[in-house]
Design a protein around this ligand. Sequence first.
Ligand SMILES: [Zn+2]
Length: 344
Amino acid sequence: MSEAELRRRLNAVKHEQFPWMAEVTKCAPQLAIMDLGVAFKNFFTGTAKYPKFKKKGQHDSFSISNDQFSVKDQQIRIPVLGWVRMKETLRFDGKIMGATVSRSAGKWFVSIQVEMINPEPIHHGENQAVGVDLGVRNLATLSDGTIVTGPKPHKALLYRLCRLNKTLSRKKGAKKGETKSKNFTKAKRKLATLHARIANIRNDALHKLTTDLTRTYPVIGIEDLNVSGMVRNHKLARSILDMSFFEFRRQLEYKAKITGSVIVAANTFYPSSKTCSTCGYKMSDMPLSVRVWTCPECGTEHDRDVNAATNLKNMAVSSTVTVCGETRATRPLHEAGTQHQSYL
Ligand SMILES: [Zn+2]
């Protein structure tokens, strides 16, 4: 079915079947249909699973294209709604491409896509490369020995989370088939707010770290973690998920594009923890409980995480070249480190 055909069919039934659609702008379903087209394309090329239905009330959002809204200072004009005040002004200069309005835990958000033409890379000063070892105990350890202790929001708020979950399950409407009571809806909203708070604490720490890193260092070496392999270890699972490694990588990569930093990710099997960063000796085994160790070859005493971060830094340095003050990766981003494997 073509995009136009789908739109025609929706318009034919929407007044009868989805009367609430009249409350929002006509443009919202247009972009949703285009998104569906992309989803099916990804499905047919095998890069994604079959698209799932979206349910009203979950991940509520709609998108508008740039000809349908305008931004002025701290206000945005949204079709049907008119001028809406925003909490902050748009921080990026460039052509506005579109916007998505979403609601999360009772709060409304708008994310505005801006096309930036060659953002001016940040001058990183005399700082050189850094290696970052993400950990379970601490959010990150840098190769210069800096330890970034991340918040562990789950541990602190877990008790409240349990309580709220329990309260929710006792409310009328919690069982399948029961009509949702007012108290159920209230309890559910409370729970959603707490979940959002936990996510906010986590995201804040991650954003601060990734912003700092990309603003300070021109070359950043990171580990390409096999997260699915690690989560199988149940004791670590919660903390690891807490620290959201994937999100770290995502943020680092998009921020590096703005500041002009180069991110070098080690191969998944690169033994950054097991290798002595001083002489290159490779230990056969390095259990997670070992925090400090001494290299049998050169006698250097290593802090586990600092040593791993140093290895990542060295790996990043040897995979980049600096030409006329501009740093570039010598190998494609995701393949860096593979070469190391051969001689380690
Ligand atoms: Zn050594």
